[in-house]
Design a binder for this molecule. Sequence first.
Ligand code: ZN
Length: 141
Amino acid sequence: MSPRTLDPRTMGELEQFLREELVRLQDSLRAIAQENRTAEKATLTDVTAHAAETLNSEIQVALVDRRAQQVAQIREALHRLSGSQYGFCQECDEFIGVPRLRALPFAQRCRDCQGRAEQRARRDAVPASPQIPRDTIADAA
Ligand SMILES: [Zn+2]
């Protein structure tokens, strides 16, 4: 039977990992911010450069979004580590388990609940109305 709680040593290791990860992410966000300030000063001379710049900033926005989300997750995990909630599923209150926490130290759900949450997210992402094939629309016109 697997242990029901975290031993202090594992907890310390996970906390250290989370803190290092947080520093790494914050450095990365700072670097992106720095780069953007430099880019703003540059004058764009042609459309191609402008397009490249736009594409680049779209990728950066997505990147910054993901990083900011990760920072929030890690902060949340560190907060839970300082209390007694860390390592327990936020949905079913079951212990998440050391192997999963080692792989995903900021996991908030056990494997089962995470699977269900992802299914829900996928279902919500699907458009409410059924997809109508394009040629059906063309025939009606
Ligand atoms: Zn669960």
